[in-house]
Design a protein around this ligand. Structure first.
Ligand code: FES
Ligand SMILES: [Fe+2]
Length: 331
């Protein structure tokens, strides 16, 4: 059957967060990943994902329903089990064989860090283990998801950027009088790039922090998959640390959905809503900028935009995408 999938062997074989786990309940849900429609659903066995297309007449299976853990197509009621095989065609006399071709393709699907993750290819690796989102000393909290009319790569690049904190997030995460950045050294490993020990002055301390006045936080930022990144910011005076993990779902080349978890080891008495509200506000500020960028696709040719030495992490990201051969969201 015809494929609508965007061709990108690297991203196809990667895991992508596509839904909030807490919101996947009794009904199947339709999402789009790399142009491919995907149905996700929950049974007693766990979570499942399949091509969101009934082999009979191309209907979206996610518009159907679940009956005893079997996915039912809403058009003529064909039923698909969790291996993707059609096990019942209501219009066919009982006892007649069902063609082995009557099936839908199943995809990798796992539930972790509060999200449903899907891989529509052959997973090149397991979902990375992120200790800080699994550690009882920290409190993880899903935020978003945020729909953005921009390439997922542009969102990750924004996440790697420090020089915008003082302008886009003026008075929240930085201040224009403290815009100068130190020399930054990027560390490249086989499966990640990162930078660490970057001090950034923030005019008002974190929600729930011991301090209320301005504080210099020390950042570490890491991109560990083409569309997944995390950062930590620590107050060196007391060890209070906030982690943020980002996984960006490439819906198409120029549309994405951002899944985010923040995880903190302080301020447990502060309502979670305060942290969610803060992230909503900060992310909205980023999205307003990212959605205006042209070209929409991230240029991997480093001559296309003017890179400054403070953009060293973003340049490393572009180089890494180029090396990996990421196609979708790049030009
Ligand atoms: S289109 Fe799905 S059962 Fe006919
Ligand atoms: Fe930002």
């Amino acid at each position: 059957m015809e494929s609508y999938r965007l061709q990108d062997p690297v991203l196809e074989n990667d895991w992508h967060a596509v839904y909030l786990a807490s919101e996947l309940q009794d009904s199947p849900i339709g999402v789009t990943l790399l142009g491919e429609r995907v149905a996700i659903y929950r049974t007693k066995k766990g979570v499942h994902a399949c091509r969101d297309l009934c082999i009979h007449r191309g209907t979206m299976l996610s518009r159907g329903w679940l009956e005893d853990d079997i996915l039912v197509c809403p058009y003529h009621g064909w039923k698909y089990d969790t291996t993707g095989q059609c096990v019942c065609i209501p219009a066919q006399p009982k006892g007649e064989n069902i063609s082995a071709r009557a099936r839908t393709e199943m995809y990798g699907c796992v539930e972790k860090y509060g999200f449903i993750w899907v891989c529509i290819g052959d997973p090149a690796a397991e979902l990375p283990h992120l200790e800080e989102f699994d550690n009882p000393e920290f409190r993880p909290l899903p935020c978003g998801p945020y729909k953005v009319s921009a390439a997922a790569t542009r969102v990750i690049e924004n996440f790697t950027d420090f020089a915008h904190l003082m302008f886009v997030h003026r008075n929240l995460l930085g201040h224009p009088d403290y815009a100068e950045l130190p020399d930054i050294k990027v560390v490249k490993e086989k499966d990640r790039i990162y930078i660490e020990n970057i001090p950034i002055f923030q005019p008002v301390a974190h929600s729930g922090s011991d301090k209320k006045e301005g504080t210099t936080y020390v950042y570490r930022k890491e991109v560990y998959r083409p569309l997944s990144a995390r950062l930590s910011k620590t107050d060196p005076a007391n060890g209070q640390t906030l982690w943020i993990m980002l996984s960006v779902q490439p819906v198409t080349a120029e549309e994405c959905v951002v899944f985010m978890v923040v995880s903190r080891n302080y301020g447990f008495d502060v309502p979670d809503e305060n942290f969610v509200h803060f992230q909503n506000m900060v992310f909205d500020q980023d999205a307003r900028i990212i959605e205006t960028q042209k070209p929409e696709l991230l240029p991997l040719d480093l001559q296309v935009e003017l890179n400054h030495k403070v953009d060293i992490f973003s340049v490393a990201y572009r180089r890494w995408l180029n090396e990996l051969g990421v196609v979708v969201g790049t030009v």
